[in-house]
Design a protein around this ligand. Sequence first.
Ligand SMILES: CC(C)(COP(=O)(O)OP(=O)(O)OC[C@H]1O[C@@H](n2cnc3c(N)ncnc32)[C@H](O)[C@@H]1OP(=O)(O)O)[C@@H](O)C(=O)NCCC(=O)NCCS
Length: 167
Amino acid sequence: MNQNINIRPERNDDINPIEIITIEAFKNHPHSNQTEHKIVTRLRDNNALSVSLVAEINGEVVGHIAFSKVQINNEFIDWYGLAPVSVKPEYQNQGIGSQLILAGLNAIRELDAKGCVLLGEPEYYNRFGFKALSELVFKGVPPEYFQSLLLSGEMPKGNVEYHKAFV
Ligand SMILES: CC(C)(COP(=O)(O)OP(=O)(O)OC[C@H]1O[C@@H](n2cnc3c(N)ncnc32)[C@H](O)[C@@H]1OP(=O)(O)O)[C@@H](O)C(=O)NCCC(=O)NCCS
């Protein structure tokens, strides 16, 4: 675990580094169409980037995570989508992604989030409490990859839609 990581909200001068890190992180990703950096930009341009945190080490931005509101059955009910999360390849497997995820979940809790969803590898996200739950459905992906984390209240049921920036 790298001890010198500083996690903080994005600033204007992080926009370019965030774009570069996102491109680099997803470059060889098997399920990516390499448009994740555009999603971040579109969310920001649409004022829909609810939480955007960077990880920096000695002043260098090496990781980024984004959260945006999702709709469940066409309604915003304080559930968020975690995506994308990116760590610069040479800094991966040092705990930076985990710190970004934990800090991001705290940040959406501050916004009174009721829960969070994501698409990703179950082995990785289970460690943060995410599980594939039958109550929430995201069409078009194998259900085991669509995972949810209830933060407060009752578990909703229905179809989940991300912001149009993801399309
Ligand atoms: C996923 C990602 C953000 C994790 O960041 P990281 O800083 O490398 O993660 P951490 O150091 O906190 O955790 C590393 C652990 O996660 C595991 N891991 C990382 N990516 C994984 C994946 N796709 N599937 C399963 N496990 C994964 C590692 O094997 C390691 O396991 P260990 O703790 O048992 O050794 C980073 O690998 C990344 O940017 N990947 C490319 C982009 C991506 O896939 N984003 C997520 C999809 S939205």
